[in-house]
Design a binder for this molecule. Structure first.
Ligand code: LLP
Length: 420
C-alpha cells in the first residue's frame, strides 16, 4: 500500500497535490512519501517480530538520501552498506554503528579500516582472501573485526539475470560447499571474531521457493559450523523480497508470507536474525514526476516525449523494468503510446505500446514505484543535471536534494594547462 492517491481528480502524495510540487520545484523530480516508508518498515518488522529481536538493516543502495535514512533510523532500522560512502551516509543520518552491517565483494583495506574504527555490527566477508586482508587491517589497528561469511547457496533466484546473485558461477559469496573450510581458515587468522553467516540470493524475488531453499541450506550449515566448534550468533538473511510494479501481474508474496517462512525455517537456529530489505521498504514510496514535452506522432503508436530520461531512471533501459505510468490529472481518456525521454538513444524508452491514461503536451505524469534503485542510479548523461528529490509528510513537503546546477557540472571539469 502507498500514499499516492487521486483526490478530486488530482494525484496526491499524502496530502500534497503533485502539481504543487511540480510548480515549486520543477520537473523532473522524485517525490517520496515518508508515511509509506514508515508503514513498510513497520509491516516488515512486524512480519519478522516472532523471530525474536531481528535487526532490520535497510539496504542503503536502494535509496541513500539522508532524509530517507533519517526517516528509517527513527523507526529503529539499521543499515546494510556496501561502500564507505554508504557507511558514512548511514552514520550521518543517525544510524548507530551497532546497527550497521558492511557487505560487498570488493571492500578495500581503507574501507575496512574506516568502518572498523567507526564501529559496526559485522562485516560480511565474501572470500578467504578478503578475510586475510581484514585480519591484517584489524591487527594493524589493534582491533578485532566482527565477521560473517556470505555464503553462496547455489540456488536459482528466478529473477532478472542482472540482479540474481545466488548461482554457483556468480561473483558473490563463498560457495556453500567450501564454507566449512573458509570458517576454519578464518578461525586461524588473528584479530577476527567469526560470529555469523550471511546470504543474499538476488533482488525483486517474486517466489519464496528459492529463498526457502537457500535458508534451509544456511540452517544446515549453521549446524555443521557449530559441530566444528564455531560460535554462530548471527544469521543475516539478506534482502530481495519483490514488490508489485505491474498491476496486471499477480502480487508477489508479501512480508507476512515471508515472515511465516522465515519463522518456520529458523525456529531452532538460536541466533539473532539480520535482514537487509531495500526495495520493499522504499520502492512504492516514490514516484518520478515528469512533464510531457510533446506528443510526437509515429508510424505506429505515438511517442509521448517526457522531460525525464534514462539518465534519471535507468531501470527500464537496464533491466527492461516495468514502471506504471499515470497522468497526474487523468481526463478519463485512454491512449496506447511509446513513452520516451529526450536522450539520444533508442534505449531511452520507458514503455513501448503502453496502454495508459491519455496525456498531451504540458500534462504531468508519474512513473510509479520509483523510490528504490532510481534516483541513486541516475547519471548526468547528455549533460542533464541530477534530478531533485522531495519528501512529503502529511501536508508538508521539503526538497531533500536540490536540483543539480548545470554550472556545477561544468565547473567540475578542469582544463589542462596547455588548453588554458
Ligand atoms: N543485501 C545485499 C547484499 C544486496 O546486494 C542487495 C541488493 C540487498 C541486500 C537489497 O536487496 P532488495 O531487498 O532491495 O531486493 N538495481 C537493481 C537492484 C540491485 C540489487 C542489488 N543488491 C534494480 O533496480 O532492480
Amino acid at each position: 500500500m502507498d500514499h499516492f492517491t487521486l483526490r478530486d481528480g488530482v494525484l496526491h502524495c499524502e496530502d500534497v497535490p503533485l502539481p504543487a510540487i511540480a510548480a515549486a520545484v520543477g520537473t523532473p523530480v522524485y517525490v517520496y512519501s515518508s508515511a509509506t516508508m514508515v508503514r513498510h518498515a513497520h509491516v516488515f518488522s512486524q512480519a519478522l517480530a516472532s523471530t525474536g529481536d531481528p535487526l532490520i538493516a535497510f539496504a542503503v543502495k536502494a535509496n541513500p538520501n539522508g532524509a530517507v535514512l533519517a526517516t528509517l533510523a527513527r523507526e529503529g532500522l539499521g543499515a546494510d552498506v556496501v561502500s564507505i560512502g554508504e557507511y558514512r551516509r548511514a552514520i550521518a543520518a543517525g544510524i548507530p554503528p551497532e546497527r550497521i552491517v558492511f557487505s560487498g565483494v570488493g571492500k578495500t583495506a581503507d574501507e575496512m579500516a574506516t568502518a572498523l574504527k567507526g564501529g559496526l555490527l559485522q562485516f560480511n566477508l565474501e572470500s578467504v582472501v578478503e578475510a586475510e586482508m581484514m585480519s591484517g587491517v584489524a591487527t594493524d589497528l589493534g582491533l578485532t573485526a566482527p565477521v560473517a561469511f556470505r555464503v553462496n547457496p547455489d540456488v536459482d533466484a528466478r529473477t532478472h539475470k542482472k540482479i540474481s546473485t545466488g548461482g554457483a558461477l556468480s561473483k558473490f559469496g563463498v560457495p556453500i560447499s567450501d564454507a566449512r573450510e573458509a570458517y576454519a581458515a578464518a578461525r586461524a587468522l588473528p584479530n577476527l571474531a567469526v560470529q555469523g553467516v550471511a546470504v543474499h540470493i538476488g533482488s525483486q524475488l517474486t517466489d519464496l521457493a528459492p529463498l526457502d531453499a537457500a535458508f534451509e541450506k544456511v540452517g544446515a550449515l549453521i549446524h555443521e559450523l557449530r559441530e566444528d566448534g564455531h560460535v554462530i550468533r548471527f544469521a543475516d538473511l539478506g534482502g530481495g523480497l519483490g514488490v508489485p510494479y505491474d498491476r496486471d501481474v499477480p502480487l508477489p508474496p508479501g512480508p507476512e508470507e515471508y515472515g511465516a517462512m522465515v519463522t518456520r525455517i529458523t525456529a531452532d537456529w538460536d541466533v539473532r536474525l539480520i535482514f537487509e530489505p531495500g526495495r520493499l521498504i522504499v520502492a512504492n514510496a516514490g514516484v518520478l514526476l515528469s512533464e510531457v514535452v510533446r506528443v510526437k506522432p509515429g508510424v505506429g503508436d505515438p511517442f509521448v516525449v517526457v522531460d525525464a530520461a534514462m539518465n534519471d531512471l535507468m531501470r527500464p533501459s537496464l533491466y527492461d523494468a516495468y514502471h506504471a505510468i499515470d497522468p497526474v490529472t487523468p481526463h478519463g481518456g485512454k491512449m496506447k503510446a511509446n513513452v520516451v525521454g529526450p536522450v539520444c538513444e533508442s534505449g531511452d524508452t520507458f514503455a513501448t505500446g503502453r496502454r495508459m491514461g491519455a496525456v498531451e503536451a504540458g500534462d504531468l505524469v508519474v512513473f510509479r514505484t520509483a523510490g528504490a534503485y532510481a534516483a541513486t542510479m541516475a547519471s548526468t548523461y547528455n549533460s542533464r543535471p541530477l534530478t531533485p528529490e522531495v519528501m512529503v509528510a502529511g501536508d508538508k513537503f521539503s526538497v531533500i536534494r536540490e536540483r543539480q546546477d548545470i554550472a556545477v557540472l561544468i565547473a567540475a571539469d578542469k582544463l589542462p594547462e596547455w588548453l588554458r
